[in-house]
Design a protein around this ligand. Sequence first.
Ligand code: GSH
Length: 190
Amino acid sequence: MAAKPVLYYFNGRGKMESIRWLLAAAGVEFEEVFLETREQYEKLLKSGVLMFQQVPMVEIDGMKMVQTRAILNYIAAKYNLYGKDLKERALIDMYVGGTEDLMGFLLIYPFLSAEDQVKQRAFVVQKATSRYFPVYEKVLKDHGQDFLVGNCLSWADIHLLEAILMVEEKKSDALSGFPLLQVTYINNIF
Ligand SMILES: N[C@@H](CCC(=O)N[C@@H](CS)C(=O)NCC(=O)O)C(=O)O
């Protein structure tokens, strides 16, 4: 049996969280090494395995992969979550690009002051409900299928579900104007 992937990151969501989600959705067990002290991080740096001196780093299939997008692309392709042809893959990339931008507004959230967190929360909910969620709602409405691309579960659905839950943490009824997203991602998907 192949070794489990090993994830190296801080003990927080950050850039590793989508990798955890994608592996979990693919049914892949993984291990985690949390970098909890400066010494641990320095040790990893000195060992030379961090190509750009950054994490996330994932040991998988004999590789030490860095760059979040590259890691996600690899996992999505390996576990058939990346479309059946180039056009489906292009759509998945576009949808994931959108959810990535939306999640990007939340990555900085823990580092803001309490006052700025209130502003950022309102900003994120406004962007989610006026720019991003309407796109995915329309896709589902237009093709009438249960998933965003190719009528089967893909990375685009997994990433969108993660983004929806992140936004709902900030405003629990954020999906209230999006009936198809509610049915697909809250009632049906898993
Ligand atoms: N483009 C990289 C950026 C990775 C990145 O910014 N990692 C941060 C932690 S979230 C880091 O290692 N920062 C330390 C540094 O840049 O020196 C990716 O997406 O993986």
